[in-house]
Write a protein that binds this ligand. Structure first.
Ligand code: NAD
Length: 466
């Protein structure tokens, strides 16, 4: 059984739902090719900036149109490469990717127009939002289209040119996107891609670039942070998470359980801000666990391309091995498996049964590490203070979820949770007008909305006479 990804100078794409059968391959970019793409992006910067925001929006509308016409093709290929169940992927990857793209086309002007900060009869003070230059954009695989749209579109819209590297897990999706963009005739070399694994990412970040927009693991994020410090350039880091979900005794348990299924198990549990540790008031613990177990029992594990599938495979064998190791560690330390806890007999591939664990201790890896798969550890609490302490008992601080009918309590608890986003009673914070990003090791900076756009710019103050 072949699962390796490199073969000579080719990057192989395997299907994790079909026992790692080969889907196709792309050529790995050489150092010279990456260098050339960066040089072309540098050369294109002046004209891309020069056509102004209206000009850029006009061109990007054409990119939107060509991608939108090909959305089914992108969707199918992405699901084959990384296992996202297609019915979910059409909403949360393709749908959201286009929704964000559209928001930028419609709203960038509002936030990039110079702001007057002060004026009187003699003086006028203005803040300008200028592009910084060439952005190296490096992304993971878990929302293959959204990650392109989230990270590349705002860079292009503010006037940066981009050299993009998609994950080695989705090289064919990355190539398809590059080819489609080329067919839209985006002005010369404003956008280019490099192909390969972390080594190509390293080569890209070694070039003369002006900004790094990185999404991925904390380990690599830290390396990128060090590199950007040496270069003294801007960096945006969107990293891992282990979001807590706190269910208080007065919560609507049916609606909370329904929301938690989506928040933890969408995309086979592989979302950065997914609800990865559930903290339930003692009086509701059994009811919540029973409801979640019943929900999981009703779900279908299968081919990601079948619209009836709720659970496809994990992205790759290495991810399956990691989940097996994390759950084995929990079992060894006394965790109780309520449901799941193993690789299913079939289908063959990177599958793992959706799992609920109780009897959790904070020494277990499922509590202390990010678990990027369909596993949910559940613990109980007695007091609000204890719930907040457990919620914050993590190196991460990306998403968080609070369930209670008492909105004052939700606000109070939300203010104490050290995380970039708080959802109350399942209200979705992942919207293009909201900033997205983390506290602690979940990252530096914010994507999206006014704040995200400004993070990609140089901000210049001009004080002049009137
Ligand atoms: P990863 O860090 O292994 O890889 C991410 C990207 O970085 C890939 O394209 C990879 O090729 C590249 N890379 C690896 N080493 C590199 C290096 N030394 N220099 C430059 N580039 C390098 O992460 P992953 O396993 O692909 O993704 C999963 C992680 O991403 C999870 O921790 C998840 O929580 C996180 N994530 C975060 C967000 C967010 O917005 N905060 C969104 C999605 C995923």
């Amino acid at each position: 059984m072949r699962t390796e990804r490199r073969e000579m100078n080719k990057l192989i794409s395997n299907n994790p739902a079909k026992n790692y059968s080969r889907i196709g391959e792309v050529n790995i970019s050489s150092q010279a090719e990456v260098k050339k793409k960066v040089a072309l992006a540098k050369r294109a910067f002046g004209s891309w900036r020069g056509i102004g925001l209206d000009g850029r929006i006009k061109h990007l509308q054409k990119v939107y149109d060509v991608l939108y016409r090909n959305r089914k093709k992108i969707s199918k290929l992405a699901c084959q490469e990384m296992g996202f169940p297609i019915a979910q992927q059409e909403i949360f990857d393709i749908g959201d990717g286009f929704a964000y793209f559209e928001w930028y086309l419609k709203n960038a002007k509002k936030y990039l127009t110079p702001e007057i900060t002060f004026q009187n009869k003699k003086e006028i003070h203005k803040v300008y939002f200028e592009p910084v230059g060439v952005a190296a954009v490096i992304q993971p695989w878990n929302f293959p289209f959204c990650q392109w749209s989230w990270a590349v579109v705002p860079n292009l819209i503010v006037g940066n040119t981009v050299v993009f590297k998609h994950s080695e897990e989705v090289p064919l999706t990355g190539k398809l996107i590059e080819d489609l963009i080329a067919s839209s005739k985006l002005p010369d070399r404003g956008f280019g891609e490099g192909y390969g694994d972390g080594k190509v990412g390293e080569i890209l970040t070694d070039q003369e670039i002006d900004l790094i927009a990185f999404t991925g693991s904390c380990r690599v994020g830290q390396l990128i942070y060090q590199k950007s410090a040496k270069k003294f350039i801007k960096v945006l880091l969107e990293l891992g998470g282990s979001a807590p979900g706190v269910i208080f005794e007065d919560a609507d348990i049916n609606s909370a359980a329904e929301h938690i299924f989506g928040a933890r198990f969408t995309n086979n549990g592989q979302a950065c801000d997914g609800l990865k540790r559930l903290i339930v008031h003692k009086s509701k613990f059994d009811e919540v666990v029973t409801k979640l177990k019943q929900t999981l029992e009703s779900k279908v594990i299968g081919d990601p391309l079948d619209p009836k599938t709720d659970f496809g495979p994990l992205v790759a064998k290495r991810q399956q091995d990691l989940i097996v190791a994390q759950v084995s560690d929990a079992k060894r330390k006394g965790a109780k498996v309520v449901i799941g806890g193993k690789i299913p007999d079939k289908p063959k591939g990177a599958y793992y049964e959706p799992t609920i664990l109780t009897n959790i201790s904070t020494k277990m890896r499922v509590w202390s590490e990010e678990v990027f798969g369909s596993v949910l550890p559940v613990v109980s609490f007695k007091t609000e203070e204890e719930a907040v302490r457990m919620a914050n008992d993590t190196q991460y601080g990306l998403g968080s979820y609070v369930y209670t009918k008492d909105l004052k309590k939700a606000e109070r608890v939300g203010s104490k949770i050290k995380a970039g986003m708080v959802s109350v009673n399942g209200i979705n914070y992942v919207c293009p007008f909201n900033p997205f990003g983390g506290y602690k090791q979940s990252g530096i900076g914010r994507e999206h909305g006014r704040y995200g756009l400004h993070d990609l710019c140089q901000i210049k103050t001009v004080a002049a006479n009137k």
